[in-house]
Design a protein around this ligand. Structure first.
Ligand SMILES: [Zn+2]
Length: 404
């Protein structure tokens, strides 16, 4: 979800790098914890990372490098790929990997990770036990993605006797909302792609793996070729190891081609990943191929690729599928990019479903866990919880301590 300042204005992460750790603690941008940061003597045993979304680990580089991180192995891989392509970010020196429902101990605490259905890959909730008390942190979750079965497994066999349920409520303010399933999006995409006699462009997160699979399946069912950039290809290539049904540029998936940009090719070339670049070259699609038969292709795009599109001829009048949260369209560069494509005659479509649970799913979570208390997290609407759940709700402020 988008990060905001206390007054609700957009949080600009660039400001963070200009401030000291002391200032960031004072402003509650970093948690005010002694022995946690690079300038301190270590007093913290571990950091748990739920999943590789930046709102969950983006300030992790301030943490003392002597403190171990516990996370999924695929999460670590995605954090590394993000740093490779952005050129900065969290570099974890002490990593411990966990797995679905495999309990581990950290100090006096026992932790059991539970894999979630979420738009982020390898996302977990945590059962945290200690001193006879049990807390469940949901992480980010939903029940309408390609791993919805994992949510049903959870509610059929939830952790028992939970004192506090720390539950995300990204969508709790939208009572009417019932989230569409990824399969439904696939059908909608097929309709657009099949009717298009020109190039189809689509914009989504290169790490929303469920959505990339949805685009891949829609292309396969429409006899179209899915064109990915080097960044997205690198993500899928690396994640295949963790889920061997994932499509990625390879002989097994001839419907996937890779479009080279100098910027991305240089990143791989300059960071000792030449082999991967040569590998992708086997599946390369060139500008001339797309210009000759634009109707054959469904190509990933984003505002930073405008200069590529400027040079692509014979693509005007195609379709532009925006497959991200609609709120991002309020950002200036997103709006400008949309206007640019509309000026080139592209028809705009918004095809998206949330990465987070709708109210119906949140209720299923609460009923399954049946906690003594619910604590709202990851929401702009923590005051709404009381009206939706019969369990007691404790709304907490940043930095506030609760004795369970
Ligand atoms: Zn997330």
């Amino acid at each position: 979800m988008p990060l905001v300042n206390k007054d609700g204005s957009e949080f600009d992460s660039r400001n963070v790098e200009r401030k000291s750790i002391g200032e960031l603690r004072k402003e509650a941008i970093l948690p005010d914890i002694d022995g946690f940061y690079n300038i301190d003597t270590v007093k913290v045993d571990a950091v748990l990372i739920s999943h590789p979304h930046l709102d969950h680990y983006g300030l992790g580089h301030f943490v003392n490098t002597k403190i171990p991180f516990y996370l999924g192995e695929a999460t670590h891989k995605l954090i590394d790929i993000t740093r490779l392509f952005i050129g900065r970010g969290l570099e974890i020196s002490k990593a411990h990997y966990f797995d679905h429902r495999e309990t581990l101990s950290i100090g006096d605490l026992t932790i059991t990770p539970y894999l979630n259905d979420h738009s982020g890959f390898n996302a977990y909730g945590f059962l945290i036990e200690g001193d006879g008390k049990r807390i469940y942190y949901t992480g980010d979750f939903r029940a309408h993605g390609r791993k919805e079965g994992i949510f049903h497994q959870f509610v059929n066999d939830p952790p028992a006797n939970i004192d506090c349920l720390l539950m995300e409520g990204t969508n709790i303010g939208n009572v009417e909302k019932t989230c569409q399933k990824e399969e439904k999006l696939e059908d909608e995409l097929i309709t657009i792609i099949n009717e298009s006699s020109k190039l189809t462009l689509f914009q989504t997160s290169g790490q929303n793996i469920d959505r990339l699979v949805t685009f891949f399946r829609a292309c396969r069912r429409s006899n179209k070729i899915l064109v990915l950039d080097i960044y997205t290809s690198t993500v899928l290539f690396n994640l295949f190891k963790f889920r061997n049904t994932l499509p990625y540029p390879s002989k097994s998936f001839p419907e996937i081609k890779v479009f080279f940009t100098k910027f991305h090719a240089d990143i791989l070339g300059k960071n000792d990943h030449d082999k991967l670049l040569y590998y992708f070259n086997n599946f390369r699609v060139r500008k001339e191929d797309i210009e000759a038969n634009p109707e054959k292709y469904v190509m990933i795009t984003r505002p930073s690729m405008k200069y590529i599109l400027d040079k692509l001829n014979n693509i005007d009048g195609g379709d532009y599928i925006y497959s991200l949260w609609g709120g991002y369209l309020e950002k200036e560069w997103e709006r400008q990019f949309k206007d640019y494509l509309i000026n080139r005659g592209f028809e705009f479509h918004h095809i998206h479903t949330s990465g987070h649970a709708d109210l119906k799913t949140l209720k299923k979570m609460v009923n399954a866990v049946n906690p003594k208390w619910i604590i709202p997290i990851h929401t702009f609407n923590s005051r709404d919880y009381e009206e939706h759940f019969s369990h007691p709700v404790k709304v907490m402020q940043d930095g506030e301590t609760l004795n369970v």
